[in-house]
Design a protein around this ligand. Structure first.
Ligand code: GAL
Length: 348
C-alpha cells in the first residue's frame, strides 16, 4: 500500500473488519470515500458565492450503510442494473445469478461490489485507488474478477477510473450509484433541478425495469431531455415509461462514442451545475423514486423519494439478453478500463 500525505481515518467496522474513510482535498473541494462498497460518502464544492455545499447523499455509520438497500454512493457490480430472470449466457453456458429482486437480478445480487470492504491500494491527498476481488461463482458470475476503482479530485472534477480483469470469460458492467442533490444533500427534493441528457435514444423497459430490447427515439416524449428541462415538468407527464417506474428510471443511449459529455444538471437553488462525462455507451437516469421515507442520513439530514438523482454511467441493462445492445462480455485476461467524470461549475 502506498500512502503519501493521505487523510485516512477509521469509520467503523463490519463483522470485525475495519472500515476506513479516505478524504481527498483539492483547494475548496473535498470528497470522502469509504472502503465499504468503495462508496462516495461526501462531495463538497463551493457554490457561486463560495459557500461549500455537500452534493451527495450519505450516512454517518457503517450500520446505516448496511441497513439500506438503495446502493447510496456505492460502486455496484460486477454487473450494474437488472438481468431479466437472473439468467443469461456466457459462451453458451447458462448463468444462474442471484434473483434478489425476484425473479430478476438487480446490481449483481446480495454479494455485489457494494457489500464488500475494499482494500486501499494507494492514496494521496487528491486520489485513492481501492481494489476488490469478486470470487469465481459468487452471485453466479464466473471468474475471479479483480477490480480497482480510482477516485481523483482534480479541481472541480471528480474522476472515477475503473479497471477489471478476470481469469475466466465473464460479464462486467460496474457503475457508481451516487445520489446527487445539487442544492445540498440535506435540501429535500431535486424536482426543481433542471436536467439535460445528450441522447436521442433510450431503452424502454417493462414494469419490472427489464428492457424490452428496443432502442427508441426520445423525440416527442418526456424522455427527450436534449434541452435542459425542469425535472418537475417531466415527472408530471402522463407517460407509461415514467408511470411504470414512479419517475425517471431508464437507460439513455447518449449520442456519440468515446469519452464525451453526456449530461448536465443544475441545482435551482445553489446555482451549481454538474456535467457528466464518460466513455460508456449508456446512463441510467434515476430520480430516487424508491428511496424510503423517512431515511435518516448524515449530519441529521432526512432523505426520502427524490432526495437525490443518479446518473449511473453503464452499458445497457440486461445486455447479455439483447443481441442489439453493446456487449458486456469480458474475456479471460483482457483488461477492461473505463472513465467517468462529474464536473462542477456555475449554472449559466
Ligand atoms: C437503480 C435502478 C432503480 C433502483 C435503484 C436502487 O440503478 O435503476 O430501479 O433499483 O437502482 O434502489
Amino acid at each position: 500500500m502506498q500512502i503519501e500525505s493521505a487523510d485516512l481515518c477509521p469509520f467503523g467496522s463490519l463483522r470485525g473488519r475495519p472500515v476506513t474513510q479516505i478524504r481527498l482535498t483539492d483547494g475548496p473541494c473535498s470528497a470522502e470515500i469509504l472502503t465499504y462498497g468503495a462508496a462516495l460518502r461526501s462531495l463538497t464544492v463551493p457554490d457561486p458565492t463560495g459557500k461549500p455545499v455537500d452534493l451527495v447523499l450519505g450516512f454517518d455509520t457503517v450500520e446505516d450503510y448496511v441497513n439500506q438497500d438503495c446502493y447510496i454512493g456505492a460502486i455496484v457490480g460486477p454487473v450494474a442494473n437488472r438481468i431479466g430472470g437472473a439468467a443469461c449466457l456466457v459462451n453458451g453456458r447458462a448463468l444462474a445469478l442471484d434473483p434478489n429482486e425476484a425473479p430478476n437480478c438487480l446490481h449483481s445480487g446480495l454479494a455485489g461490489f457494494d457489500k464488500a470492504i475494499w482494500t486501499v491500494e494507494s492514496a494521496s491527498d487528491r486520489a485513492v485507488t481501492l481494489s476488490h476481488v469478486h470470487p469465481d461463482g459468487l452471485g453466479g458470475i464466473p471468474g475471479d474478477l479483480r477490480v480497482s476503482v480510482t477516485y481523483t479530485l482534480a479541481g472541480r472534477c471528480l474522476r472515477i477510473d475503473y479497471r477489471a480483469v478476470s481469469d475466466r470469460d465473464t460479464i462486467c458492467n460496474p457503475t457508481n450509484h451516487s445520489y446527487f442533490n445539487l442544492n445540498g444533500h440535506e435540501s429535500g427534493s431535486v424536482e426543481g433541478h433542471s436536467v439535460c441528457i445528450h441522447a436521442a435514444r433510450f431503452t424502454p423497459a417493462d414494469a419490472a425495469g427489464i428492457p424490452t430490447g428496443e432502442i427508441l427515439p426520445v423525440a416527442r416524449t418526456p424522455m427527450d431531455l436534449r434541452q435542459p428541462k425542469p425535472l418537475r415538468a417531466g415527472l408530471s407527464a402522463e407517460y407509461a415509461q415514467l408511470r411504470l417506474a414512479r419517475g425517471y428510471d431508464r437507460n439513455w443511449a447518449p449520442d456519440g462514442a468515446g469519452f464525451r459529455r453526456i449530461a448536465a444538471v443544475c441545482g435551482d437553488r445553489s446555482g451549481i451545475r454538474m456535467t457528466v462525462w464518460t466513455d460508456r455507451p449508456g446512463v441510467q437516469f434515476y430520480t430516487g423514486n424508491f428511496l424510503p421515507a423517512p431515511l435518516p442520513g448524515k449530519s441529521g439530514a432526512v432523505y426520502g423519494p427524490r432526495a437525490g438523482l443518479c446518473l449511473e454511467t453503464q452499458a445497457f441493462p440486461d445486455a447479455p439478453n439483447h443481441a442489439g445492445f453493446p456487449s458486456i462480455a469480458l474475456k479471460a485476461g483482457e483488461i477492461w478500463t473505463s472513465r467517468t467524470e462529474y464536473r462542477f461549475d456555475a449554472a449559466e
